[in-house]
Design a protein around this ligand. Sequence first.
Ligand SMILES: *Cc1c(COP(=O)(O)O)cnc(C)c1O
Length: 459
Amino acid sequence: MTPDEFRAAGGELIEWIAQYMETVESRRISPDVKPGEVMAGLPQEAPEEPEPFSAIVADLNDIIMPGVTHWQSPGWFAYFPANSSGPGILGDLVSSGLGQQGMLWATSPAATELEMLVVDWLVDLLGLPAGWKTAGPGGGVIQMSASDSTHTALVVARHRKRSVAAAADMVAYTSSQAHSSIEKGANVAGYGHVRLIAVDGEYAMRPGDLESAIATDRAAGLTPAFIGSAVGTTGTTAVDPVRGIGDIARREGVWHHVDAAYAGSAMICEEFRHHQDGLELVDSYTFNPHKWMFTNFDCNVFYVADREPLIDAMSITPPYLRNRVSDSGDVIDYRDWHVPLGRRFRALKLWFVLRSYGAAGIRHHIREHVRLARWLEARIAADDRLEIVAPTPFALVSFRHTAGNDATAALAEAINASGHSYITASLLDDVSFIRVSIGQTSTTERHVKRLWDLIAGEA
Ligand SMILES: *Cc1c(COP(=O)(O)O)cnc(C)c1O
């Protein structure tokens, strides 16, 4: 493809994406395809001869699009959002256009330094501890996913205790409501034990139970190595008491990691920051701009309060990666901040988003999503047939049908069958409930009212 051919095809595809943005609302959110249907519609062998670009776009329209789930529909209320935006898409396009490999400062000084800048910006914007800036002892890095960051934190915590115990005798603690990535990361990192600590009536970890679990494990000769707490659990956006857990972690000498994957974005608004009280006691922290900060997947930010143990656990330098600047210690080589070596120029899309929206623009949208969630929560709470099952600190509304699990499941199915609104059915203990997560970029009052009319009509 010559630059001229690229210009023509690229212009068409930008138009194609713009039309998708304009029409996504009218598309059925969940595709009507059976397993195997998309694959069966395409040749099972790769083409031997070059094909015209127009043939690829035709198959994109005819075979791929019918199998796409429309996460960017304004009626998307399922899971958490993975909200994209024009600036985020364009930033990602430039990243592809430049094709950088930012593993070392020397392999792309701009990719490294723009990343340092945007993660530093976010420290101020989200009210995080000032020592987490790259000029301090800590620092931030962009990774692929919150699961990656949590796994990284588990590896660092294990590495720190390696002279005290074997991994098989180490214990990781988190709440029974924590995201599965903590247990998965602990398994991958070789921890012998994972303890799921009980939660209170609002689904937040009970620090007293954490303390006694640690004491029991120590008495059994095991080594507590990692505590994961959550600001905004996936199930119901419950907030663990970070300060109380942080005090225990400090006293016990255990690594404390905070998973704020979804709710971290809300901290750009000061009124939510009481939920992250105690972060100065934390060793590492992660949140996803790719969920609720208008930055296309993938973009996850990972902070450490002290980067020494992170780099100590992750750094290996073969001769072909040695260079004068790295040896000087004057620069950050981000390949030492996670497992992968190669890394994309992800900071571009976040920089495009932060500049295009401005902090005020992001705050505006987050506050609007929260306002709409509280509006919906109030409607549900006032309806005798329905019941709120967990608090709404952010923009996730959790509710059930009072007639029980079957009625809740039927309501969930009816909502999703509408085609225009899409929610997730979940389970708390043995109680079925419905999660309505408000946060897609173009969701407005009209879409939430349409969802409420549907719920009220089907309940
Ligand atoms: C979504 C979520 C994750 C997983 O995020 P990925 O970036 O997809 O790995 C982890 N923790 C919490 C609390 C989440 O909500």
